[in-house]
Design a binder for this molecule. Structure first.
Ligand SMILES: Cc1cc2nc3c(=O)[nH]c(=O)nc-3n(C[C@H](O)[C@H](O)[C@H](O)COP(=O)(O)OP(=O)(O)OC[C@H]3O[C@@H](n4cnc5c(N)ncnc54)[C@H](O)[C@@H]3O)c2cc1C
Length: 437
């Protein structure tokens, strides 16, 4: 007869989505969890905060159907996923109604039908996309580690690269195609576009991020006896024989689920080589701008803004979201500028000015009455270290630098870019690694 593992006391440092995932996983396995976060609330980079009467997220987030770990975790802590997320097949449609629309159903036929039906893309570009997709599939979605996405797509017509590959790359990797890792993009395409049915579906939050995981997870954890310590920035990790001390508190094991820079600081003495890799990660910013336009409702909850929609203008935003349509905030629109390093340099005023011009131009040929004179700016949030820059051959720190300590976070070595799913999966894997050890 097999015995359950002995009850162990586990510290989780950081209550972002990786830390919450680790805490739930460890609690489910029967361990006593103490969860620390330096902030007063859980959620990390995927949190919400009040902005006047509105609850705004730290930045607009998109989930997709392939986020298996994330959706399972939300369900485990009692979230009604179908009510909380707006699900639709992948659609990258611009204000003029052009762009890719995938039908539902099994992945490969849906992709073929979607691309063939993309009538505003020249035939040559559509066929090249399908041929390229077949080649990637036959090659097992593998690319040399030092290839960029631009290098991977050298055979594709520029129009296909600009209309599909670059927007997907910026959305998923937060890194422009000319700089992004070909292998990571191929892994995402394999999971999302060519995986089980529904993998590419867009899942758009209908509730503030706080209600999608952080709050329900904390309620669930507390009900199971876990201890939550907000406002506690962990200062010191000290190895003991058979365990660790976290700011003087003895535990059997630690999941370090804070940012890479904080993890590097905490492990600088015990694991200097690991800390050097963690501290050297490059980052890409994301800017989210919330605009109000009374009386406007977009025909779909998410809109794509192709760069070529604004000839002669710099076009900062790639995607926009109608928060009224999602039931979050009437007449309010979130515009997302990913891979935003250049725009951070320009400054907020210039970025918002360029964005407003971009929208005016993009809607000019559409039936929607978007009048810049009626637009007001609700909020602008710039996350300078939104995600690591997902470049070819990037060295990412390992999950298990020391005995009795595992690291979780979207930046930890793995096949995926910095996403909620990468974070949640790494939290589960960190606990599994500790249990196996
Ligand atoms: C603007 C923006 C838009 C994004 N859009 C998307 C998207 O559309 N889809 C998607 O999948 N992903 C998106 N992401 C990425 C996603 O938010 C992250 O991948 C994910 O939230 C990372 O979670 P994490 O737990 O790894 O790290 P974090 O969220 O950074 O959590 C780390 C936690 O550790 C805490 N901490 C740090 N140091 C200490 C310490 N010493 N002691 C105690 N606590 C500490 C911090 O307060 C924080 O709560 C976006 C990110 C941003 C910023």
């Amino acid at each position: 007869m097999s015995h359950p593992p002995p009850l162990r006391r586990l510290a989780v440092v950081g209550a972002g989505w990786a830390g919450l995932s680790a805490a739930v996983q460890a609690t489910r396995a029967g361990h006593q969890v103490v969860l620390f976060d330096m902030a007063g609330q859980a959620g990390g980079r995927a949190r919400s905060a009040a902005q006047g009467p509105l609850m705004l997220d730290n930045g607009q987030h998109i989930l997709i159907g392939a986020y298996r770990d994330t959706l399972a975790l939300m369900r485990q802590v009692g979230v009604d996923v179908d009510q909380s997320l707006w699900r639709q097949p992948l659609s990258l449609v611009s204000p003029r109604g052009t762009g890719l629309r995938l039908p539902g159903g099994p992945a490969i036929p849906a992709f073929v039908r979607g691309v063939l039906g993309w009538t505003d893309l020249p035939w040559r570009a559509r066929l090249a996309l399908l041929t390229q997709a077949v080649r990637w599939r036959l090659g097992g979605f593998r690319a040399p580690a030092d290839w960029s996405v631009a290098r991977l797509c050298e055979g594709l017509p520029q129009v296909a690269f600009d209309a599909l590959i670059d927007p997907l790359c910026v959305a998923a990797l937060n890194t422009p195609g000319r700089e992004a890792s070909a292998q990571v993009l191929l892994t995402v395409l394999k999971e999302a576009l060519f995986g089980p049915p529904g993998g590419a579906d867009l899942l758009l939050p209908r509730r503030p991020l706080q209600e999608l995981l952080p709050m329900p997870a904390l309620t669930w954890l507390r009900a199971q006896g876990a201890v939550w310590q907000p406002g506690h920035r962990v200062q010191q990790l000290t190895p003991l024989s058979g365990g660790w001390q976290v700011d003087g508190e003895a535990v059997d094991a630690v999941v370090l689920a804070c940012s890479a820079t904080e993890a590097a600081r905490l492990l600088a003495q015990q694991a200097p080589a690991w800390a050097t890799v963690a501290a050297a990660l490059p980052y890409q910013p994301i800017i989210t701008v919330w605009l109000r336009h009374p009386g406007v409702r977009w025909p779909q909850a998410m809109m794509a803004f192709p760069a070529d929609a604004s000839p002669g203008l710099a076009a900062p935003a790639q995607f926009g979201f109608d928060l009224g349509r999602l039931g979050l905030a009437p007449d309010t629109f979130a515009l997302v500028i990913s891979g935003a390093a250049d725009w951070v340099e320009h400054g907020t005023e210039q970025t918002v000015h360029a964005l407003r011009q971009q929208l005016q131009q993009a809607f000019s040929g559409s039936p929607l009455a978007w009048q810049d004179a009626q637009v007001s700016v609700v909020a602008v949030r710039t996350e300078k270290r939104a995600t690591f820059a997902c470049t070819p051959g990037l060295r990412r720190p390992s999950a298990t630098p020391l005995p009795g300590l595992a690291v979780a976070g979207d930046y930890v070595a793995g096949p995926f870019p910095a996403t909620l799913e990468g974070a949640v999966r790494s939290g589960r894997l960190a606990v599994e690694a500790l249990l196996q050890a």
